[in-house]
Design a protein around this ligand. Structure first.
Ligand code: R5P
Length: 300
């Protein structure tokens, strides 16, 4: 990252205290809590430490994003008023990245607008595996802000290699290809890998097809993706792999949103183990991204 005042504290909300503390320890700086009060009408009141150092890291993952975005829009300028000169948002999960074009006339391109909003408030944004399908880099939608996009795919691959002998890594759609390839390369030797094709017809309506030449018979398939939301994409790929003779199907994802009954859905489709990073807190978290984040923030 570009140089500026070194991180002097990690500012964080109470619901992310665990990750914030780990990050603060890794950076050898204090944790600075943000107290949050919700008024009866739903508005928020934030209280930050009365004086902040020149370099401030604010940790905020954006799963369940809407309230958190409002809180960030208040916290960022408040941090500057209290002394922050260089304000870095560490956002392990960056929401609103999948709406990256107008799929129908009139649709707002949320990726550009939410990324632009954050870029206008922070000097830098550090995130993990943002969904960048149709743009080359996060920087493209974060003008005037340093956008740092890290990847946990190699960590997923290394984890899978420890758990599964000779895995076949499979992406549920074309968009997962970069992550699948990176995860495969982190296995030694490079794991067999392929990606399905997918058509989305609705929030929970996806049609997935296996690659025509793929031989799943008696293979230990591991599905890899950046994000699992309803789990529909992974469940559909699981059913196909099972029907094609896969011996087992496990799942490894960076962002474990797993909304509603997603995990039950995956189990009934035939998924065995489910692994994820701690970018989004979930029972499946087995890999921490804190060292990755700390290395990116680095010493000044
Ligand atoms: C989109 O292409 C993403 O990479 C995921 O595959 C997708 O968002 C997963 O959504 P769901 O779990 O609802 O199928």
């Amino acid at each position: 990252m570009s140089r500026g005042p070194a991180p002097g504290c990690v500012l964080a909300f109470d619901d992310e205290r665990g990750t914030a503390l780990a990050l603060a320890r890794a950076l050898d700086v204090p944790l600075a809590p943000i107290e949050c009060h919700r008024f009866p009408d739903g508005e928020l009141k934030l209280r930050l430490p009365a004086a902040l150092p020149p370099g401030v890291v604010l940790l905020r993952g954006l799963h369940r994003p809407n309230d958190k975005l409002v809180a960030l829009m208040i916290a960022a300028p408040a941090a500057r008023e209290l002394g922050a000169q260089r304000l870095v948002l560490v956002c392990p999960y960056l929401a609103y990245m999948r709406q990256d074009i107008a799929f129908a006339p009139g649709e707002a391109v949320s990726q550009r607008h939410i990324a632009g909003l954050l870029a206008s408030r922070f000097d830098a944004v550090v995130t993990v595996d943002p969904h960048l399908h149709r743009i080359a880099s996060l920087q493209q939608v974060m003008p005037g802000c340093e956008a740092v996009s890290l990847s946990a795919a190699a960590l997923l691959g290394a984890w899978v290699a420890q758990q599964v002998a000779d895995p076949l890594l499979l992406g549920p759609d074309e968009e997962s290809a970069p992550w699948v390839l990176e995860a495969a390369r982190a296995c030694s030797p490079v794991a067999d890998n392929a990606c399905c094709t997918k058509q989305r017809h609705g929030d929970r309506d996806v049609r997935v097809a296996l690659p025509p030449a793929l031989d799943c018979r008696d293979r230990a398939v591991v599905l890899i993706d950046d994000v699992a939301s309803t789990g529909g994409s992974l469940a559909a790929a699981t059913r196909l792999a099972r029907a094609a003779g896969a011996r087992s199907v496990d799942v490894a994802v960076t962002h474990a949103l797993f909304v509603g009954d997603a995990v039950t859905e995956l189990r009934s489709a035939g998924v065995g183990r489910i692994w994820s990073t701690d970018c989004v807190p979930h029972a499946s978290n087995v890999i921490t991204v804190v060292p990755l984040l700390a290395a990116a923030l680095g010493p000044a």
